[in-house]
Design a protein around this ligand. Structure first.
Ligand SMILES: NC(=O)c1ccc[n+]([C@@H]2O[C@H](COP(=O)([O-])OP(=O)(O)OC[C@H]3O[C@@H](n4cnc5c(N)ncnc54)[C@H](OP(=O)(O)O)[C@@H]3O)[C@@H](O)[C@H]2O)c1
Length: 326
């Protein structure tokens, strides 16, 4: 199998390498691309040394089986269509293609059927959305999801490596705002992305549109408040959800316990620090909401793993299995 990673030196790109290693996948070729700044730097795949190459228009005019993009929307828009012409599948982590009707937006545990026979660009959803839709998809199937109200508590690594550097510098006494509109250390900032005419931010709109697209139901209502917090890794969501049918809380708990890629904590709660290197969406504090047609729960996921790299690698695996490559 021939694989390329664009953005291989970033938070998500490096984690993609780790996730592929953890699967013990043995690619015949693994090409790593980044900006001119990183050209010639070395990374390792297990014990294989790999030199990072500068991305240019010629780089992706060769046939890879899978090309991962984790270098932002601009790079994806400029280079992903070139890669898609020459390679079987392009998996993009940015928001560049997520709203395109003809581009699948995939969380394999929910809608891997979209990968059967598919070639071209696949979009990897937004980090806080992936960890939330995994449990919501389970509850939707059982009770018919109608409405979601969610507040997020999002780690600084969600802004890329510069987010971590910003927090670390402020921790050491610096007062440069860096990646954020306000000081993030010892603070919380209720803005992720830019504000739209609706009053919601772009990150909040992503949680609406992407939830509807992944669950294939445009009638689902989502009101999100997305908040940056001084945590390095791990997003948390406080989720309230309403359903068409009355919820049997015990059945909900059983279904969540049995679902793939979900860890359900029945009698305890979980924090971003406690999830470690888990690739699962964690759910705890499940309880009724305002009545028996609604629930509330606390939801934690590693934003760079399940929120980005692990889901992207899961897409590769699901596509490869569905199309006879694994
Ligand atoms: N971090 C998360 O939790 C998360 C979650 C979901 C989705 N995403 C998305 O994933 C993407 C990457 O995020 P990240 O957190 O990994 O960011 P990051 O840490 O800032 O890394 C960005 C990567 O893009 C590369 N890059 C930048 N400009 C480039 C260019 N012109 N040509 C080639 N490569 C270029 C960088 O290379 P250099 O090192 O050479 O500059 C680096 O490898 C973004 O679209 C982001 O929205 C991130």
């Amino acid at each position: 199998m021939k694989i390329a990673i664009v953005g291989a030196t970033g938070e998500v790109g490096r984690m993609m390498i780790s996730c592929l290693e953890e699967l013990n996948l043995q690619p015949d070729l693994l090409d790593l691309y980044a900006s001119a700044k990183s050209q010639g730097t070395m990374q390792y795949y297990q014990d294989r040394p790999l030199e990072v190459m500068e991305l240019n228009k010629e780089s992706l005019k060769q046939a890879y089986d899978y090309v991962f993009f984790s270098a932002g929307g601009g790079v994806a828009r400029a280079f992903a269509p070139i890669a898609a012409k020459h390679s079987a599948l392009v998996i993009d982590n940015s928001s560049a293609f997520r709203n395109d009707a003809e581009i699948p937006l995939v969380v394999p545990q929910i809608n891997s059927d979209l990968l059967q026979g598919y070639q071209g660009i696949v979009a990897n959803p937004n980090c806080s959305t992936i960890q939330m839709v995994l449990p919501l998809a389970v509850l939707d199937q059982a009770f018919g999801l109608r409405k979601v109200v969610v507040s997020t508590y999002q780690a600084v690594s969600g802004s890329g490596h510069s987010g971590i550097e910003t927090l670390e510098k402020q921790r050491r006494g610096g007062c440069v705002k860096g990646s954020y509109p306000e000081i993030i250390d010892l603070n919380v900032i209720p803005q992720i992305g830019v504000f739209l005419d609706s009053g919601y931010s772009t990150e909040e709109e992503k949680m609406l549109f992407e939830t509807r697209k992944i669950l294939r139901n445009d009638a689902i209502q989502v009101s999100a408040t997305t908040v940056r917090v001084p945590v390095n890794y791990g997003h948390s969501n406080a989720v309230y959800a309403e359903f068409a049918r009355e919820v049997d809380l015990q059945l909900a708990a059983t279904l969540l316990k049995q679902a793939p890629a979900i860890q359900f904590h029945e009698n305890s709660y979980i924090t971003p620090l406690a999830i470690g290197n888990s690739n699962d969406a964690h759910v705890c504090r499940l309880r009724y909401g305002v009545d028996t047609y609604s629930v509330a729960f606390w939801n934690v996921g590693h934003n760079v793993r399940i929120g980005a790299a692990a889901n992207a690698v899961n897409i590769l695996v699901a596509h490869a299995k569905a199309n006879g490559k694994l």
